[in-house]
Design a protein around this ligand. Sequence first.
Ligand code: AHR
Length: 517
Amino acid sequence: MSHSASSRRAFLTRASLATFTVLTARRSPAVATREESVQIHPNVEIGMLRPELHGHFAEHLGTCIYGGLWVGTGSPVPNINGFRKQAVEYLRELRIPVLRWPGGCFADDYHWRDGIGPVAKRPRRVNIHWGNYTEDNSFGTHEFIALCRLIGAEPYLAGNLGSGTPQELRDWVEYCNYPSGSTLSGERATNGSPEPFRVRYWGVGNENWGCGGNMTGGEYAAHYRRYSMYMREFGGTSPYLIACGPNGNDVAWSRGFMDGLGSYRNVSGFAMHFYSGGRDTPTKFTVENMNEQLSSFARMEQAVVQQRALLDGYDPQRKIGLLVDEWGVWDRMIPEEEKKYGRLWQQNTIRSAVAAALGLNVFHRHADKLVMCNIAQTVNVLHSLLLAYEGHCVRTPSYHAYGLLKPHRSKTAVRVESEGKSPLDLSVSASKQENELVLTFVNPRHDTALRVTASLNSVKAAGGSERILHAADWNEANTFDAPDRIVPRDHTVTVEGSRVRTELPPLSLATAIIRLG
Ligand code: AHR
């Protein structure tokens, strides 16, 4: 197990003891209603909201890949060339923009040659980070690219800096992207793909402050410079090189890295990780622990603000983009469930969906600096979109949160001003394109309904529609037996002149699409 994962576990174990005596309140006894106003500035543009802010991550961990996305061609589970059919259909429908693979901690112990060529001849390796199980490598580079093509996502390969070599990583780039004529591109063709994969996003290590080599920012910078030097453009595909950023808001790491880079600037993105720990198991959250977890998104925003300011200090022309490469809720695991469904298997509730929407709203508000944000992880692991087991595949409330926020993609994020002071106050993000304004409201409070008036700063609205996701019981989930308990529904939004009004029940998220003009 990785150092970071084990310390997180230790924290959760301590936390679980501390909260043992706190009662799990499933429903708030009384709901108050509060008036809330927010100012939207449709003409104050932040920046283009890149679809990649709604990105995803899949690791060889638990049943995210094996048993989740990949069931194999001989499986009784309906599949498309070995990929779970229902998962493919759901992810395609959501049109996930980017998928990061193969880790995570796994990436820095992964040797890509193990996962190419005839499946029967692929070596069996031990996954040292996630339970010492034997990995048969039946899911490798070609399978990953095929999955991305099936669901319409851009592939993002996380390279091995911790235990690999610059040559190994450089060769992976050539294998994937060199059009034809070299031995490596010929090998790719023999393995089924004469066409280059044209992979643009490349991670140069993962969590190199922890499971990726336990380095300081300065040490990592020295490795980064060497590895990235050999990762080249082939056939018109320039690699977008992503450096390992801090754990949360670790300023010392970021400074160490940027100082260590010196004048070397072959960095496209800098990837921070930010998880929101939970002291309870997913469907047994107390009010206190839920509020604590949902409050962490204000800290995430603070971390984004500080890290982007730090980067700007070194890179005033803002050539380096900021990523939140792994994020999401990390609750307390249930050992029996992990045994049955795989490591880090986590049920997902309306609390998780509210958390997802709070995170996405933060990213929208920083669309001028953030280039990509990948929630961890796509299937069965941590804050997942889908839960899959045997023949079942369920869309979690967080899947629906992504669906509700999808209309923001590729629009221009615009400024929002609210009076909220507490991390649990109304969260809003807004974007526009031509005469369409998209507003997402999130109410993270369990005991207060919000009557919201959004003023459009003299811009006139002509009408609109809204969809909402809500459940009264914050421990309620979509299960294999009841997969559609929590689904989006139509909701009322009223438009008068330059005012938009809606009412948000406790623990809800809603997206309104407003016609301007
Ligand atoms: O997402 C699970 C793990 O969390 C990843 O492997 C690692 O990068 C992080 O510590």
